[in-house]
Design a protein around this ligand. Sequence first.
Ligand SMILES: Cc1ncc(COP(=O)(O)O)c(C=O)c1O
Length: 454
Amino acid sequence: MSTVTESRITQLYAEKFSKSAELYSRATRLFPSGVTHDGRYLKPFPIYADRAVGSRKVTVEGADIIDYWVGHGAMLLGHSHPAVVEAVQKQAPLATHPGACHELELEWGEIVQQLVPSSELTRFTNSGTEATLMAIRVSRIVSDKTKVIKFAGHFGGWHDGLIHAAEPPHDEAYKTPGIPEGHLSDLIIVPPNDLAALEAAIDEHDPACVIHEGNGTRWGTVPARPEFLRGLREVTDRKGVIFILDEVITGFRVHQNSFQGLCGIKPDLTTLAKVLAGGLPGGCLTGRADLMQVLAFDNPLGRKMKHPGTYNANPLSAAAGVAALKIVETGEPSRVSNECAAALRRELNSLFQRKSSRFVAYGDYSAIKIIPDYEGPRSDAEDFIPYEGDWRQIDRKFDGNLNHAYRCALLLGGVDWMGWGGSTSLAHSDADVDQTVSAFDLAIDLLRGDGFDV
Ligand SMILES: Cc1ncc(COP(=O)(O)O)c(C=O)c1O
């Protein structure tokens, strides 16, 4: 296999994105590895976006690229949706931060309450990470217990309480660097999709809460199906344990009423972000009034949870969020993005079979996941899960060199793919699907030319 520096892909990539290369050399003097989010790190250098509209982003070189990052999942309506742009433009000259209560936060809270089945009371945060941090703290105060149960591979944000075991290796001896022992021992990890293991862990550890990521491991890498969520609700109800559903990605995306609406369940607490704020920063914790009351002054428990946060319910985020959620409410964004992703998964799998490629595509809703070295059974079924759901085989680290080469090869064909997964939006079209399949066709040829066994 060729090294990254001498490969044909790298050579073509450096030619096509030469201005991005120049910007990246400045970036390496400013930021560790030259990036401001780990996921954006790309060898030999990442692309630099100049603007983004609809399903496309345009690089500083003027290359028009179909975008499957969709703002890390936030841009369900596509980039620069006119209703969101107009709402932000209208609000900006009025106040970007009055440091006061404002009417837009009411509209924002009301639409969350209306769309999310379990939403009784809400507090806004700046991100999904803050929302899950808050969910755990609320649970601990109310239950007067400490331990938290999560599922192996589920993300939940990057604070000390949940980042451990958010990705492979799933090795019990592994300790996430920088996380104190106390946090590691307070976090109980159970295998995904395993109700018996969950029940045993609840009995053994007497936790404050169980947190489950929407439709499973990192946006459904190991899918969790509605039946499992219904089982999870039943077990936590029976055991009297607070159930937090982390809908930071699935919220408003998989369905206007979020994953809980699809499953027909009511978690005790729900975390939301991404689509919630229409592409601007924002998150929230919402849920049962008797639990959320712990944030209220003079609450009956007598133990108030502190909740500061300079930018909570920022009016620009509220304006974008309200504008976006009014469109989400129609059901069109989730319907269109789900259908588009299903078509893309289908077309990609037929391409992979035609080319006898080891790639396989799968996923639920608007997610498209790729396994690059797949050896298990294949299927055209919509609900196909690789390796018959064996989570340890699905949730592995794949070849890092291949990952960089593959993303560069796809960019050469005009597609920006997010790691081994991508998401669609309301703006993605049939033409985008066709062009994406052609880009994968080209990428497989380029990768094979560079000596990768794909
Ligand atoms: C399921 C889930 N929870 C929490 C988070 C953290 O959200 P944020 O990046 O807004 O902090 C993410 C982010 O991708 C997520 O996917």
